[in-house]
Design a protein around this ligand. Structure first.
Ligand code: CTP
Length: 396
């Protein structure tokens, strides 16, 4: 295999670290991952590198793209390419090309630099769009005027990088962004969702969302999508793994119509839809929770159909009315409480197996929540005493 590879090494004309890793190196930040661009035979280079690193053979996914998995993270290797967009916001057509073309197809100048890894010109910086200068000026700048039209997701990337690096948008880039907001509607739900996930995963997500709102990028997803100050504050504290909770906070305060629109636009899995639409569902029920006389079983009745992220968001962001304490009680205690007895205990006590068993257990559960039974014996006694009522339940 190695001999076979070495015969193909002549096909490798250039090897460059590209993109975020170069930007981060210049900024003295630790890169998250390493992207390598190969001019020529990227397959041969990937195989050789995998052998040298003692890694498994590279996997290949898209067009002439390879990945080597290492314990420290993946190395992605692409064949240097040019890209053209047949229609705006579609995926690009690609063809193998030079390193300069490969860098020029990218989103921002700060991401459009490469550092050579070949011994012949080791360490040379290739910077066709003066990304280095933009890093020094702390600005995010597109490489060409059609960048946001070709790929509207780049507008979200722009604010993500600006917030992360403490940069601002270069004025012309800012202008282009404002002119390109209408193109967001052409982006698929899946791609928008991906951008949103990346935003929420950023340690600086609060600043990203603040900028996204200011620049109209939230409204471009769905006109009703906006985010309040309290929600932003909470988002700064929520754990990034918990995307459903973050979504519920981001969409807190939307009315039912707005939330439905946002959910349709993201076109996400059930968990996304529930987090987004759970808020207005809860808001429509919640005033009952302020009533002074309310049994714990009634609290459970109201809150059990509501997705948990929506309740957590309400507790975090909502007004400090009595309802909030009831929600806290539900989240911390009520929802976990269940009778000591089970259906098997009722069967063992001589009650025939039937749907009545489930109804009796539910009845006992409510009684326990409301403090009417305090022991296993009392639970059994209650179930048995109520059995006749279920057996001759009046027709409704
Ligand atoms: N890219 C692009 N347009 C996109 C997505 C990515 O031009 N819509 C280019 C950028 O040049 C970027 C490279 O592809 O540098 C790799 O993308 P990605 O892995 O998302 O970003 P990184 O540069 O690795 O930056 P980071 O992971 O730090 O965000």
């Amino acid at each position: 295999m190695c001999r076979e590879i070495s015969t193909r090494i002549d096909d490798i004309q250039g090897v460059y670290v590209v993109g975020g890793a170069v930007r981060d190196l210049i900024l003295d930040r630790k890169p998250d991952d390493v992207d390598i661009s190969v001019v020529g035979n990227a397959a041969a280079f990937s195989e050789l590198l995998a052998v040298r690193l003692g890694a498994n053979a590279p996997t290949t996914s898209q067009f002439l793209t390879y990945r080597i998995e290492l314990a420290s993270g993946p190395i992605d290797i692409v064949t240097a390419r040019s890209e053209s967009y047949a229609t705006p916001a579609a995926l690009p057509d690609v063809a193998p090309s030079s390193i300069v073309d490969d860098l020029k197809r990218r989103d921002f100048t700060v991401n459009a630099m490469g550092i050579s890894l070949l011994a012949t010109n080791w360490g040379n910086l290739v910077d066709p769009a003066n990304g280095f200068g933009d890093i020094m000026r702390k600005r995010i700048r597109v490489l060409h005027d059609a960048s946001f039209v070709d790929d509207p997701t780049r507008m979200y990337r722009a604010v993500r990088y600006a917030a992360r690096l403490g940069f601002s948008l270069e004025p012309h880039t800012h202008e282009l962004l404002a002119q390109s907001l209408g193109n967001v509607e052409r982006v698929s739900g899946a791609r928008l969702r991906h951008e949103f996930e990346l935003i929420l995963a950023e340690p600086t997500r609060v600043e990203v969302l603040r900028m996204a709102e200011e620049f109209g990028l939230l409204g471009a997803i769905s006109p009703g999508l906006r985010i309040g100050t309290k929600a932003l504050e909470i988002l700064g504290r929520t754990s990034p793994e918990n995307i459903e909770d973050m979504l519920a906070v981001v969409t807190f305060g939307l009315n039912a119509g707005e939330a439905d629109q946002v959910a349709v636009r993201f076109d996400g899995p059930a968990a996304w839809n529930e987090s987004i639409t759970g808020g207005p569902r809860l808001a429509s029920l919640v005033s009952v929770l302020d009533q002074e006389k309310l049994q714990r079983s009634e609290v459970a009745d109201i809150l059990s159909p509501i997705p948990l992220p929506a309740i957590r968001a309400y507790i975090a962001v909502g007004p400090p009315l009595p309802r909030r304490n009831r929600m806290i009680a539900y989240m911390d205690k009520i929802r976990f409480e269940k009778p000591e007895i089970t259906g098997d205990d009722l069967i063992a006590a001589g009650i025939p197996e039937s749907p009545v068993i489930g109804k009796l257990i539910e009845l006992v559960k409510r009684a326990k929540l409301d403090g009417q039974v305090h022991s296993r014996e009392e639970e059994l006694k209650l179930a048995k005493s109520r059995l006749p009522g279920f057996l001759i339940a009046p027709k409704q």
